[in-house]
Design a binder for this molecule. Structure first.
Ligand code: 20M
Length: 486
C-alpha cells in the first residue's frame, strides 16, 4: 500500500466511530491529555518524550480528509458494524469547512525533555466546537506514542548505568555515546517499529545497525547521519569456511578490513579456544599490528554473559597483557576490545559491569549490543501510558473539569481540568491541574494547530534536552547516597 493510501478515518478503534453520538448534547469542546502514569513498583521514575513530530508529520499534517476517504470509510464501517453508525455528515462538514484539515490543537513538552512519571506530556483539544468528537477519535493513533517514549526512556536508563561505570572505572565519559549499539532491527515487529525504536535509541546514543532509525532521523528530525557502525563478521561468514578453517575465516576479515575497527564473532565452536589459540597465538602478530583506531573487537555470543565475558577478558590479558588506567583499573591494549551483544538488558549490563569492576577491569574494555530488550521487550504498560479526557465545554462556553476515579484501582485515576507543566521552586517538573497554571510558566508548547505543524525539532536539539544530568553520571555508591536509596 502506498503511503498516500493511508486513510486517517480508518486509523482508530472501531468503537470510536460511535462516540460522536454518546457525548452530552451541548458539548462543544473535548480536552484530553497523555501521561505515563506513576506506579509505585516501577523502576522507571522519569520518561523521555520523543516521537510526536514523526506522528504529526506522517499522519496528521495538511488535508487528511477527502471525499474518497469518507466514501471508503462509509463502505467499510457499514460492512463492519452491519448498521449505519458512521458519521458521514460530520466528516463531510470537516472536509467543506476546513478543507480536510484537522481542527485540533496539540500542545506538548519539547521532544527530548525528561519528565517525571505522572506528568502531562501533551494535550489535545478541538479548535472548532462542531468537531468535539475529533479529540478522542485520534487517541488510538496518539497513544502509539508509548513506543518511541518507552524506547527512548529505556535507552537513557542504559546510558545512566554505562555512564556511572565508565566514570568510576575510567575517570571520564569518553566514548559513552558509542557504548550501546542497537542490534534490534531483526527483532522488532515491523519496519515502522524499527524506524521509531531505532530513532528513539539515537536520542541517547550514536551507535546503531538499525538503518530504518537513521532514515527516520534524516527525514523527520533533520539529522544527516545520526549513528555509526563498523564492518563485522556474522556466523555465516565464519562457518562457511568450515570448522577446521576458523583461523582462515578470522584472518580473511582482518585482511579485508585492515584499517578501521572490525568486529569478529568468535564463538562458532569454542570462544575460549578462539581467544587463546587463534587470536592469542596463531593470529597474535596480526592483531598486535592493529591500532586503537583500527581495533579488533572480539564478540562472544553465547553462554552466561557475565561469566563468559570475564573469562574471555582474562584469556586475552594472558595473551596480550594489560595496563592500568589513571584510576587504577585494567585495560587491554588499545588495539583489542570486546563486544557483548547476547543476553543484554538493563539488569545484565549492570551485573556485568559490576563483575568487571570487582575483577579490576575498566568499562573501557567493552561495548554492548542490545536488540529486543531495547526495541521489543516492552509494551504500553512498561510506562503505563494513557490518554484521558480532563476537561469539556458546553455550547454556552461553560467549562467543566472531568476525571475518572475507579474505586477498584486508585492508580487508574486521571487528572482534572486544563493542564500545564511547570518547573516548581525546587526545579522539579510538576503538572498544574484545573486550569490553575500560569501561561508564562507553562512548558507545554503548541506544536500542531488546524492541520499545521508549528515547530520542527532537530535530533540535535532533542539530544541536548535528553542529556544526562551531572548527578546521573556519578559512580554507583555516590549516586545511591544522593538519591537517598541507602
Ligand atoms: C560491531 C561492534 C560495535 C558496533 C557495531 C558493530 C558492527 N555491527 C554489528 N551488527 C550486528 C547486528 C546484529 N547482531 C550482531 C551484530 S554484530 O555484533 O556482529 N555487529 S561496538 O559497539 O562494539 N563498537 C566497536 C568499536 C567502535 C564503536 C562501536 N569504536 C572503535 C573506535 C571508535 C569507535
Amino acid at each position: 500500500m502506498a503511503a498516500n493510501d493511508f486513510n486517517f478515518l480508518l486509523a482508530t478503534d472501531s468503537y470510536k466511530i460511535t462516540h460522536y453520538r454518546q457525548y452530552p448534547p451541548s458539548i462543544s469542546r473535548v480536552y484530553s491529555y497523555f501521561e505515563c502514569r506513576q506506579q509505585s513498583d516501577s523502576s522507571f521514575r522519569e520518561v523521555v518524550f520523543f516521537g510526536l513530530q514523526y506522528l504529526l508529520k506522517k499522519y496528521l499534517l495538511g488535508p487528511v480528509v477527502t471525499e474518497e476517504k469518507i466514501q471508503e470509510a462509509k463502505v467499510f464501517f457499514q460492512s463492519h458494524f452491519r448498521q449505519s453508525v458512521f458519521d458521514e455528515e460530520g466528516w463531510r462538514r470537516l472536509l467543506e469547512k476546513h478543507d480536510g484539515r484537522l481542527p485540533v490543537r496539540v500542545k506538548a513538552v519539547p521532544e527530548g525533555h525528561v519528565v517525571p512519571r505522572g506528568n502531562v506530556l501533551f494535550t489535545v483539544e478541538n479548535t472548532d466546537p462542531e468537531f468535539f468528537w475529533l479529540t478522542n477519535y485520534i487517541e488510538t493513533m496518539l497513544v502509539q506514542m508509548w513506543y518511541p517514549i518507552t524506547v527512548a526512556t529505556v535507552s537513557r536508563e542504559f546510558k545512566k548505568i554505562l555512564a556511572r561505570h565508565l566514570k568510576a572505572t575510567s575517570g571520564g565519559l569518553e566514548g559513552l555515546d558509542l557504548k550501546l549499539h542497537d542490534f534490534g532491527y531483526r527483532g522488532v515487529s515491523s519496519q515502522e517499529s524499527a524506524a521509531l525504536g531505532g530513532a528513539a535509541h539515537l536520542v541517547n546514543f550514536c551507535s546503531t545497525d538499525t538503518v530504518a532509525g537513521l532514515l527516520m532521523a534524516q527525514r523527520y528530525y533533520s539529522c544527516p547521519m545520526a549513528g555509526y557502525s563498523i564492518p563485522a563478521a556474522e556466523h555465516s561468514t565464519i562457518i562457511s569456511w568450515g570448522r577446521s578453517r576458523e583461523k582462515d575465516a578470522f584472518a580473511a576479515v582482518l585482511d579485508q578490513f585492515s584499517s578501521g575497527p572490525v568486529s569478529v564473532v568468535s564463538d562458532s565452536y569454542n570462544i575460549f579456544n578462539a581467544c587463546k589459540h587463534i587470536w592469542g597465538d596463531e593470529l597474535k602478530e596480526r592483531v598486535m599490528e592493529r591500532s586503537q583506531d583500527s581495533c579488533l573487537v572480539i564478540r562472544p555470543d553465547s553462554g552466561d554473559p557475565a561469566e563468559t565475558l570475564i573469562e574471555v577478558i582474562k584469556i586475552l590479558e594472558e595473551c596480550f597483557g594489560s595496563s592500568l588506567n589513571s584510576v587504577g583499573y585494567k585495560v587491554l591494549p588499545s588495539y583489542l576490545r570486546i563486544i557483548q551483544g547476547d543476553g543484554i538488558d538493563l539488569s545484565s549490563v549492570d551485573e556485568i559491569l559490576h563483575k568487571l569492576t570487582e575483577e579490576g577491569w575498566s568499562a573501557e574494555n567493552v561495548f554492548f549490543g542490545c536488540g529486543s530488550a531495547l526495541l521489543q521487550k516492552l509494551n504500553r504498560d512498561t510506562l503505563s501510558c494513557a490518554f484521558k479526557c480532563s476537561y469539556v465545554e458546553t455550547g454556552s462556553g461553560k467549562g467543566m473539569d472531568v476525571y475518572k476515579q475507579p474505586v477498584t484501582d486508585p492508580s487508574k485515576g486521571s487528572k482534572r481540568g486544563r493542564l500545564s507543566l511547570r518547573k516548581n521552586s525546587d526545579g522539579v517538573l510538576e503538572t498544574v491541574e484545573r486550569g490553575a497554571g500560569k501561561p508564562e510558566e507553562d512548558l507545554l508548547v503548541t506544536v500542531f494547530e488546524n492541520g499545521s505543524l508549528l515547530l520542527d525539532y532537530t535530533l540535535e536539539e532533542i539530544r541536548k534536552n535528553a542529556r544526562l544530568r551531572d548527578d546521573e553520571e556519578k559512580p554507583p555508591q555516590h549516586n545511591h547516597i544522593i538519591n537517598g536509596l541507602h
